[in-house]
Design a protein around this ligand. Structure first.
Ligand SMILES: C[S@@+](CC[C@H](N)C(=O)[O-])C[C@H]1O[C@@H](n2cnc3c(N)ncnc32)[C@H](O)[C@@H]1O
Length: 260
């Protein structure tokens, strides 16, 4: 069967939490919480961009009395997130939104996005646009927290990601992964089978091709310099330790000017 090509994070949505089975979102929420509490005097209104199936927002909501809005480009991912919110009786407000086309009137104390979501922006001009769009909906003194993965991360991960398999009942996937070091583009191709619940036979096969651009720390700092943000911190991995050119994942913390 010739796989039907799908938009990213559509056919993958019911499998996403299986794919991320090893990810400790509770610790990740602790880390984001620690950053917000360290660099903001009173974070209350929080916005997550590219929230996926909502695991981090739902964990964060357990920690403090935050008012959390969480958004993602993919309506299929948002549907899964809403289902989990209903199950956990959480009041996180999930809806679809492209972070390059933010259409919110409200302003926030903190905006964050994690897990390589910014790496989906393949042009530096798009990263700058993302930063500027977020700036417009931050309150004075508000924080933008985002992580990105670097070429080192792609070089380290590409072999174990390649040929990875997983299954979640009615669906299963096979991932092929390759990294073009010259262009700094990481390709993850997913072949997703939908199985008949009675017979276990494949009834549909879908294909999603994900392309992400790895950014070095220096490249990202040069982009940030072109924006009005004050750079507060750049953290290595999941610790409040300063990132450098050897970091595989960097978490940037930027502040909106207090006077606008
Ligand atoms: C690797 S997943 C991370 C999801 C979530 N942050 C997590 O930690 O599980 C990347 C997410 O970015 C979202 N995404 C990609 N481009 C986007 C855009 N332009 N606007 C909003 N979300 C986007 C995808 O739909 C996907 O859910």
């Amino acid at each position: 069967m010739n796989p039907e090509r799908k938009e990213i994070y559509t056919s993958l949505a019911p499998l996403y939490d299986t794919l991320m089975g090893d990810v400790d979102y509770e610790s990740w929420a602790d880390f984001i919480d620690e950053i917000m509490q360290t660099h903001h005097f009173d974070p209350i209104e929080i916005l997550e961009l590219a929230c996926g199936t909502g695991s981090l927002a739902l964990s964060l909501a357990e920690l403090e009395c935050y008012t959390i809005t969480a958004t993602d480009l993919s309506p299929s991912m948002v549907d899964v997130a809403r289902g989990k919110a209903a199950e956990f009786e959480s009041d996180v407000n999930f809806f679809p939104m492209n972070y390059l086309n933010i259409n919110l009137q409200k302003k926030f104390d903190c905006i964050y996005t994690v897990f390589d979501s910014v790496n989906y922006l393949k042009k530096k001009s798009e990263v700058k646009l993302f930063l500027e769009n977020s700036y417009k909906i931050l309150k004075p003194g508000g924080l933008l927290i985002f992580d990105f993965s670097t070429p080192k991360n792609s070089l380290q991960s590409v072999d174990y990601l390649n040929n990875e398999e997983g299954d979640a009942g009615r669906f299963r996937y096979l991932r092929s992964s390759r990294y073009d070091a010259k262009e700094k583009i990481h390709y993850n191709e997913f072949e997703i089978d939908e199985l008949d619940e009675q017979t276990g036979k494949v009834i549909n096969t879908f294909r999603e091709v994900h392309t992400q651009r790895a950014y070095s720390l220096n490249e990202m700092l040069l982009i940030v310099e072109q924006t009005p943000y004050h750079q507060v911190a750049k953290y290595d991995g999941f610790d409040l330790i300063d990132a450098d050119e050897n970091s595989a994942r960097v978490t940037m913390v930027l502040k909106c000017q207090t006077q606008q």
